[in-house]
Design a protein around this ligand. Structure first.
Ligand code: UGA
Length: 375
């Protein structure tokens, strides 16, 4: 049992990313636990690296036999490191499969050998497409689109549709973890995230990353540059967005309820926050104008452009049509439901992006100052 006031060591593989940042911050501010972290990139977590409660390794966790000693010295290990960017699934499929299957197998082996609890971040993308997407709209029932951990089949595409390289690698890793649990009693928890959003998510191309990030950062990039927002295939796909603070609440509950959490697979999503990508674009434009106090009719006009997926992502891209989670399992076992509604989650996230990226070389501003400096 892990307790807030009892010393223990948490391993975070991939601690330098968006989820790693928020998890590290919460652990350091609300517990007395130590962290052993590893990532090839540390810029998001630079503010924490001075503390002696973090031992941080920079680099790839599969190199130099590091993972053995990290795992051996932790009480529980979070597995967060992965390429999870759809623009790379069909353009760099070998890197995607290596990062989401071959590399983490080394981590699973080490956790199994040392009998350490592995909390692995999988993906809601393992479900692929919904049964609904194969039916006429009038023929659909709830069970055709609600994604349940143990009832819903995984429906991805053919081998040439390389979009599914990621989902299939993640599926096989889930099976590898489960096989280790079955054969060697590896204690595990598998989490399937449904589109987490919050400050520090992804990057803005040309500033702190390159290429095409996920939709929230793509839209922020366009909004920062006053350019039209791209709607892939018209923006008809549906997503449910989950605010990062709710997610971190769940992780803390999981850590303190190990008996109820071990050997479980949980969807981590917010079914109240379902929106089409087209409506997400409208909502984000409205929130941006609210934050910046813009009321001019011309700037309020929504600017979007429709773009075919083959043009935006290249050949081999297909989409998950809808990601609507059944969230009853986390509620039943752990009493957790995500509570932050989409408008608030977006507003907090967008304030952070506007503040952080509009003023790259200046001190960050308060919300009032952003409003005052309206464009
Ligand atoms: C991605 C990952 O593949 C999942 O593993 C992960 O769970 C998920 O993000 C997540 O954030 O949790 P996806 O939702 O398809 O999955 O990723 P996005 O790039 O955020 O795309 C969402 C939708 O927006 C897609 O339909 C995409 O085609 C569309 N999109 C994206 C646009 O219409 N315009 C853009 O500029 C970018």
């Amino acid at each position: 049992m892990i307790n807030h006031n009892k010393k223990c060591t948490i391993g975070i593989i991939g601690c330098g990313g968006f989820i790693g940042y928020h998890l590290t911050k919460r652990i350091l501010s609300t517990t007395c636990w130590d962290i052993i972290g590893i990532d090839y990139d540390s810029h998001k977590i630079a503010e924490f690296l001075g503390t002696d409660r973090i031992k941080f390794y920079q680099g790839n966790y599969t190199e130099n036999n590091r993972i053995e000693s990290i795992v051996a010295n932790c009480d529980v290990v979070f597995s967060l490191a992965s390429i999870c960017n759809p623009s790379l699934y069909n353009t760099q499929p070998l890197d995607v499969i290596k990062s989401n299957y071959n590399d983490p197998c080394v981590l699973v082996d080490a956790c199994s050998k040392h009998h350490k609890w592995l909390i692995h971040f999988s993906t809601s993308e393992v479900y692929g497409k919904t049964i609904s997407s194969f039916k006429e709209p009038g023929e659909n029932h709830r069970e055709d689109y609600v994604l349940h951990e143990h009832k819903t089949p995984f429906l991805t595409g053919n081998v040439k549709a390389q979009r599914w390289s990621y989902a299939n690698a993640k599926q096989l890793l889930e099976r590898y973890i489960y096989a280790h649990s079955y054969t060697h009693q590896l204690p595990f928890t598998i989490l399937r995230p449904f589109n987490f959003i919050g400050p520090k998510m992804d990057y803005i191309p040309g500033i702190d990353g390159e290429g095409v990030p996920r939709v929230l950062a793509c839209f922020m990039d366009a909004l920062l540059k006053n350019q039209p927002l791209s709607l892939v295939d018209g923006g008809h796909s549906m997503r449910t967005f989950t605010y990062i603070d709710d997610v971190i609440d769940l992780l803390m509950i999981i850590l303190q309820n190990s008996e109820k959490s071990k050997n479980q697979i949980f969807n981590v999503g917010n079914a109240k926050n379902e929106v089409s990508i087209k409506d997400l674009a409208k909502l984000m434009l409205k929130i941006k104008n609210d934050i910046l106090c813009v009321s001019d009719e011309r700037t309020l006009k929504l600017q979007t452009i429709d773009i075919p997926a083959s043009e935006f992502y290249g050949a081999g891209y297909e989409d998950s049509d809808r990601r609507f989670p059944d969230t009853s399992l986390t509620e039943e076992k752990l009493g957790w439901q995500a509570k932050t509604l989409l408008p608030h989650a977006l507003r907090v996230t967008m304030e952070w992006f506007l503040n952080h990226y509009s003023n790259q070389n200046q001190p960050h501003k308060t919300e009032e100052e952003i409003c005052y400096d309206k464009v």
